[in-house]
Every structure is written in C-alpha cells, then in structure tokens.
Design a protein around this ligand. Structure first.
Ligand code: C5P
Length: 223
C-alpha cells in the first residue's frame, strides 16, 4: 500500500487550502488542514486565559485539549474537545492570536506529533507552514505557495464578506496577513521557509483550475 504525502506550505491566505482540498478530492487522498489545529489550540488558550509565558500552564492546557477532524466533502471540520469550532477559529480574535501561540515550542512539538500520526500509512495532502520542512521532510511532493500580498488580502476579504463577516475592513485583513507572514517567517521554532526540494507555485496570476492542473502534473509520477 502506498503512502504518498503531498506537503503544501506557504504564506498566509495564498490559497493553500483551496489547492489542498482540490488535490485531495481529485486524488482520493485525505486532506489535513494543520493551520486549523493551531487555530483550535489558540481558541482554547484564549477562552481559558492561558498565559503564553507560563510553560507549566501551557503543558497542562495541551493535556486537556483533544482535536479531531471530521470531513464533509473535503471541507475541513475540526472539533475542540468535541465542540465544532470550524467557523469560530476563522474569526479575527483567533487570527490575531494564532501566530504567537504557534511559535511556542511545546505547542509545535505536540502538533507535529499528532500530524505525523495522522499521515502514517495513508495518502494525504497536508497544508501549513512547516509540513515539507518539519512534519514530513520525506514527502514525495512539496509545494511552496506564494502570491502578491494585496491579491491575497483581497481574496481573503471577499471570502469573509461572502460568509457574512462584515466586521472587518480590507485594510485590517491586509495588516493581519502581513503581520502573520512576518511572525511566521521570523520565529525561532521551525519558521516558515521553503524546503529545498519544494516546487514554487505563485498563483497571483493563475486560476484555480490552472494551479490544480499544474500540481496534479507534479503528483502524477508518484501515483
Ligand atoms: O493556515 P492558517 O492560516 O490557518 O494558519 C494559521 C496560523 O497557524 C499561521 O499563521 C501560523 O502561525 C500557524 N501555523 C503554523 N504551522 C502550520 C500551520 C499553521 O505555525 N503547519
């Protein structure tokens, strides 16, 4: 039985999950959204006022968190201790707090362990920031996605508006993306960086169909 791993890393709001879902659907692979895990942990920390400087409190909190994915037609749905939190983790309070939480060593260690377990002896597509570098350094296919930050902010903003979230301006979305890019690439623990063997995919000027075709072509030899 094959165990093919497609790792998709890149900046915030580059369309990683759009590509990952489309690929998984086309290939019949399991899709795992690693960002949702960091977001769900962040939601727990916010709700329980976990002090990010207190290592004992963090270790204790991690012991009380159980994350589970359940998939509905390749949309990623995640539960935090049994509660469906997929929508709440996309809102601004979590988006603003997630980068500092994901920079914590203990948090990363636990998430990487769980992600490696989820990918064991399965065909998966996983997206995130450190999938090709830290979680699955031996992944058969790695993509590193990027796009013009203004385009990324516009796409994300339109997505939020379409979902009925009007509490936020385009400017704020742009600021959040820029801020997370900076935090994610400069942190000490497995910063966002392109794995040497990752294929660069800049989707500023290409359509979703074009990027899917491009990616499928790269995975094809391993099927
Ligand atoms: O992918 P998404 O934008 O939902 O991820 C939210 C945040 O989670 C990122 O900005 C980053 O700080 C963190 N993250 C990470 N490693 C991953 C996936 C996400 O540090 N593999």
């Amino acid at each position: 039985r094959k165990n093919i791993v497609v790792a998709i890393d890149g900046y915030s709001s580059c369309g990683k999950s759009t590509l990952a879902k489309a690929l998984a659907k086309k290939l019949g692979f399991i899709y795992i959204d690693s960002g949702a895990m960091y977001r769900a942990i962040t939601l727990y920390f916010l709700r329980n006022n976990v002090d990010l400087e207190n290592h004992d409190a963090i270790a204790d909190a991690l012991k009380h968190i159980e994350l589970n994915f359940h998939s509905k037609d390749y949309e990623s749905h995640i539960t935090l201790n049994g509660e469906e939190v997929s929508d709440e983790i996309r809102l601004m309070p979590v988006s603003e707090a997630v980068s500092p939480v994901s920079a914590i060593k203990e948090v990363r260690k636990e998430m990487v362990k769980q992600q490696q377990r989820m990918g064991k002896s399965k065909n998966i597509v996983m997206d995130g920031r450190d999938i090709g570098t830290a979680v699955f350094p031996d992944a058969q296919v790695k993509f590193f996605m990027t796009a013009d930050p203004k385009i990324r902010a516009e796409r994300r903003y339109n997505e939020m508006v379409a979902k009925g979230d009007t509490s936020i301006t385009l400017e704020e979305v742009f600021e959040n993306i820029a801020h997370r890019d900076y935090a994610d690439t400069t942190r000490a623990e497995s910063p966002l960086t392109r794995a040497e063997d990752a294929i660069i995919l800049d989707n500023t000027d290409i359509t979703e169909e074009e990027q899917l075709a491009f990616a499928l072509d790269k995975v094809q030899p391993f099927l």
